[in-house]
Design a protein around this ligand. Structure first.
Ligand SMILES: [Zn+2]
Length: 229
């Protein structure tokens, strides 16, 4: 049974959620967009991705947005439960290894998190994607880098899918980003992927600036907004 972390009156977490995490097997999701694959005849990419231009080279996910994964993400995001965040981040790091996409030297790869607007960071007191990204980087022995900023605005979760896509231009490179040279792969980490417009926008910026040759998304969960097959 999964339970959301509880807090005492002082706001301190008194109990972490009892998370049961069952990662998807590799092949259960489209390696390009992250959508669930329901047809046994499809092995890597879904029909939606056939012939479609996409900036990110791949998507790694732990599972669908339900059960222990969903509880872990919510506990971190809304209750500041870093222990829960570490649990889901370690599952994501293991999934990165399982896909075999990390045969590259660690000096050629880096990890970044989807940035949060500064005012929201102050309000919530936690940059949840950053917490997950740092733990993924630490577990995989990769460099964590802060590359981007996000302008202020409503949360993606509060918007419809078309409205999310219209806000795809809300990211920009930091004025003095900690950009390593010659990156082969930049892994962009987020908690939940829905339309994919966030990571597509970031990938377009990173590739356009020549920061990395390839950009991949690594997300804890995918909330499929469409029927994938
Ligand atoms: Zn796909």
């Amino acid at each position: 049974m999964c339970r959301i972390a509880e807090r005492d009156l002082l706001g301190a977490t008194v109990r972490s959620p009892d998370l049961v995490i069952n990662p998807d097997t590799v092949g259960a999701w489209c390696i390009r967009c992250g959508a669930s694959i329901v047809s046994a005849r499809v092995t890597r990419a879904c029909k939606k991705c056939a012939g479609r231009k996409q900036h990110r080279a791949f998507t790694i996910r732990v599972g669908s947005h339900d059960g222990g994964l969903r509880d872990g993400v919510l506990a971190l995001k809304h209750h500041g439960d870093r222990a829960a965040g570490k649990r889901v981040a370690k599952a994501l790091a293991q999934q990165c290894r399982a896909t075999g996409l990390f045969g590259l030297e660690s000096s050629e790869c880096a990890v970044t998190g989807v940035p949060m607007p500064f005012a929201r960071w102050c309000e919530r007191g936690i940059d949840h994607a950053g917490v997950i990204a740092r733990e993924v980087a630490r577990t995989l022995d990769l460099r964590f880098v802060r590359l981007l900023e996000q302008e202020e605005g409503p949360t993606q979760a509060s918007l419809t899918a078309p409205a999310r896509r219209r806000r795809a231009g809300r990211f920009r490179l930091r004025s003095r980003p900690s950009v390593p040279h010659g990156l082969a792969v930049l892994l962009v980490v987020d908690d939940v992927l829905t339309t994919g417009s966030t990571v597509e926008s970031i990938a377009r910026i990173i590739l356009g600036a020549g920061v990395a040759q390839r950009v991949g998304a690594a997300v804890v969960t995918v909330a499929d907004p469409w029927s994938p097959q």
